[in-house]
Design a protein around this ligand. Structure first.
Ligand SMILES: Nc1ncnc2c1ncn2[C@@H]1O[C@H](COP(=O)(O)OP(=O)(O)O)[C@@H](O)[C@H]1O
Ligand SMILES: [Mg+2]
Length: 293
């Protein structure tokens, strides 16, 4: 028997349909998404007829075109092991917090499920999700592009890719700013009212859509925010809470422009120069460990 699917570096359609909880005759094509993170397998759920058009083309105005199949859904398999059912429900409970503040406009909705996975060594609980697909470009908080360059660059990319942009550049940027303002506010409320923050630091976790929307797709890595001197690390030893707050501040600067209000509790505490110095040290040891294997 093959090894546990959660340990594999990459999986295919056949691996998904071989899962004991997926019908082997499922009327979909599962394809590994071209973007992947570290914590899940992300599979596109495609309509076979879309895949057929992608491979064989269709005539558009006398020209044979090969449009890429758009996922109908995203199927996610979490790599993390769940010790108990309570563990699994706890994880799902955290997703509910994110939903409370970000649904429906600012996140990709997802149906989380706990399945009984038949693996080589016996049965085990596994967490999966069926999520709506969000088309667009990733917003990278760590990009060097600042407030005056990032949004125009994203707009130009959309238009180069032949997307139907119904808004002029100025209107589009204004729309992103308005939605970005509300998004950032909701994240700040989640921090102050619920004491939690989603992972805003991870590559590709946030997507800007062609209509100027901003949506979180990685809704499952949520950390508690505590105003204590220690810097919390996640299970991989990464200071995810502090880095997410730093990412939030960068997104605010890059999307809204203008200076941050350093009197806001969250920035005052987490962006304090002394804390930043301590954070840098945690990050350095995290990356050293990554390089060292
Ligand atoms: N629902 C979705 N729609 C569009 N892209 C997605 C979706 N879910 C994940 N992705 C892309 O797949 C990549 C990995 O997903 P992510 O949720 O960050 O996984 P991980 O839990 O491993 O960090 C990200 O770059 C993200 O942009
Ligand atoms: Mg991620």
């Amino acid at each position: 028997m093959r090894e546990d699917i959660r340990n594999r570096s990459a999986i295919s359609h056949a691996d998904v349909t071989a899962l004991n909880f997926v019908r082997s005759s499922a009327p979909f094509v599962f394809r590994r998404h071209y973007r992947q993170g570290l914590r899940s397998h992300i599979m596109e759920v495609l309509d076979p007829s879309d895949v057929n058009v992608e491979q064989n083309g269709k005539m558009i105005a006398g020209v044979r075109c090969f449009p890429k199949a758009t996922p109908r859904r995203m199927f996610r398999i979490f790599r993390a092991r769940l010790k108990t059912l309570e563990n699994a429900l706890f994880e799902i409970g955290r997703v509910k917090i994110v939903e409370r503040y970000l649904a429906p406009d600012f996140m990709a909705r997802s149906t989380e499920c706990i399945v009984d996975y038949q693996r080589p060594e016996g049965r085990d609980l596994m967490l999966c999700g069926f999520q709506e697909y969000v088309a667009g470009q990733i917003v990278d908080p760590w990009t060097v592009l600042g407030a005056t360059d990032l949004l125009p660059a994203l707009y130009e990319n959309f238009s180069c890719q032949g997307n139907p942009l119904s808004l002029s550049k100025g209107h589009w940027i204004e729309t992103v700013r308005q939605k970005g303002y509300r998004f950032i506010n909701q994240i700040k409320r989640m921090i102050s009212e619920a004491g939690h923050i989603p992972d805003l630091a991870g590559a590709g976790n946030l997507i800007i859509t062609v209509s100027g929307g901003i949506r979180l797709v990685d809704i499952n890595n949520i950390s508690g925010v505590s105003y204590t001197p220690s810097i919390d690390l996640d299970e991989k030893g990464y200071p995810v809470c502090d880095k997410s707050i730093e990412a939030l501040s960068l997104i605010e600067e890059k999307i809204l422009g203008g200076p941050l209000d350093m009197k806001e509790d969250v920035y005052q505490w987490f962006l304090h120069p002394d804390r930043r110095k301590a954070l840098k040290a945690k990050e350095v040891s995290f990356w050293k460990r990554q390089v060292g294997g």
